[in-house]
Design a protein around this ligand. Structure first.
Ligand code: PMP
Length: 405
């Protein structure tokens, strides 16, 4: 394996020192770095085309609208949606899930209904459902996770039933990297009559997603975890479901006409995009889609699989390090604890060595409880990482053990 990544050069932020150490960025599950083409696309919009969209008849507005709607088509094609109408721009996966809970779930659920999630969910795929349950009287059910971090599909099956109105689960766990059998879960849930929403925040920067062959009803993702800007993401929804749904937020652009007597809604997807959206963000996300398509998910997977195998091997061979989450189907996320050293101390010592990792509960407190932990260290990888980055992490961990272990 090459000692440096051929992709790193495209990411200007990686070319810096932290103190006197070269930056080793291992926090891509929190947010990926941005390639120059994404930065350029955002800059180009502000420097040349900055105008509000949809409403203007002048050149700048028309150019901005074309770029914004072009980005929607790029996202639709990357995710394998049938049409770009099925893509709603939102702030990120969090907003996408809240939108489904409130616009689809709230008018439809009541006492006796159930929402099925899993023990490995990010808080953003737990709390919106807890809110919905509180608002409607529905009950939350939680499928369990095996000791290796894989989903207990039998427990998912057992909890599915005629009362399950929604099944919501992660495509990839942000805390431990487990890749769930989403196609199978969608099939099971749909057969039970439930609507499915897959949280794809940790998937779309790493693996091919095809919403149609997956068979999900909704798919949520965040631009900033797939090389795009922050504050932009998307919700995929099957057209028929989006048509049935009432708007979530009211305001400009989501209406056809407004009077004090009666207001009518714009068509899908605009019905769900009230107010001026994150135009620059969407354009940047479109550029990120181009960037990913240019490399291809096969190439991304190849790099990341090798890194995961190398990282798993290196960390397993450090005395006192325990890997948390070793499912067979995994993305390049290495969660671990170090005997006798608090994760935050490991993180701080890593930072002194220029190595950026994440420590804490990773917004997955119930999963931490499942493993009897309050926090872990997490190194999360992307195409710009190299085996040398993992070696730097190993050196920093050894230092932490020598100093504090
Ligand atoms: N789901 C998962 C699995 C995540 O990793 C994250 C972000 N850490 C989210 C949802 C929420 O994404 P965002 O904060 O971009 O809305």
């Amino acid at each position: 394996m090459k000692q440096t990544s051929q992709f790193a050069e495209a990411f200007p932020a990686l070319n810096q020192h932290v103190g006197d150490k070269p930056l080793v960025y291992l926090d891509s599950a929190a947010t990926t770095q941005k390639p120059q083409c994404v930065i350029d696309a955002v800059e180009h919009y502000y420097e040349n085309d900055n105008a509000n969209i949809h409403r203007g008849v002048h050149q700048l507005s028309m150019r901005a609208t074309k770029a914004y709607e072009g980005a929607r088509s790029k996202v639709a094609s990357l995710l394998g949606a049938q049409s770009s109408d099925e893509i709603i721009f939102v702030r990120g996966a969090t907003e996408a899930i809240n939108l489904v809970a409130q616009a689809w779930g709230r008018p439809r659920l009541g006492a006796g209904d159930e929402v099925l999630i899993t023990e490995m969910e990010h808080h953003s795929n737990i709390v919106p459902w807890q809110l919905l349950c509180e608002q409607t009287g529905a009950a939350l059910k939680v499928a369990s996770v095996h000791d290796d971090g894989s989903l207990d599909v039998d427990s998912f099956k057992e909890l599915l039933g005629e009362h399950t109105a929604v099944a919501a689960f992660a495509h990839v766990s942000n805390a431990i990297g487990t890749v769930n059998p989403v196609k199978e879960l969608c099939e099971l849930a749909s057969a039970a009559g439930a609507v499915t929403i897959v949280d794809g925040a940790q998937a779309t920067g790493h693996m091919k997603v095809d919403v149609q062959s997956m068979g999900c009803d909704f798919y949520a993702t965040s631009g900033h975890k797939m090389f795009g800007p922050t504050g932009i993401g998307c919700l995929y929804g099957k057209h028929a479901l989006l048509e049935e749904m009432e708007p979530w937020q009211g305001g400009g652009d989501m209406i056809l006409s407004v009077s004090f007597e009666e207001t009518t809604w714009n068509k899908v997807p605009f019905k769900f995009e009230a107010g001026t959206p994150n135009i620059a963000g969407a354009i940047g996300l479109g550029a990120a889609c181009d960037y990913i398509s240019g490399i291809g998910y096969d190439a991304i997977q190849e790099v990341e699989h090798e890194l995961l195998a190398y990282g798993t091997d290196v960390l397993s061979n450090i005395d006192g390090v325990t890997l948390i989450g070793t499912a067979r189907q995994k993305c390049a996320i290495l969660a671990f604890t170090v005997d006798g050293v608090h994760p935050h101390d490991v993180g701080t010592i890593c930072d002194h060595e220029g190595v950026a990792i994440r420590t804490g509960n990773h917004c997955a407190e119930p999963l931490m409880h499942r493993f009897g932990l309050s926090a872990t260290c997490r190194a999360s990888l992307s195409i710009y990482n190299s085996p040398a980055d993992i070696d730097a992490l190993a050196t920093a961990i050894r230092k932490a053990i020598t100093m504090l272990g």
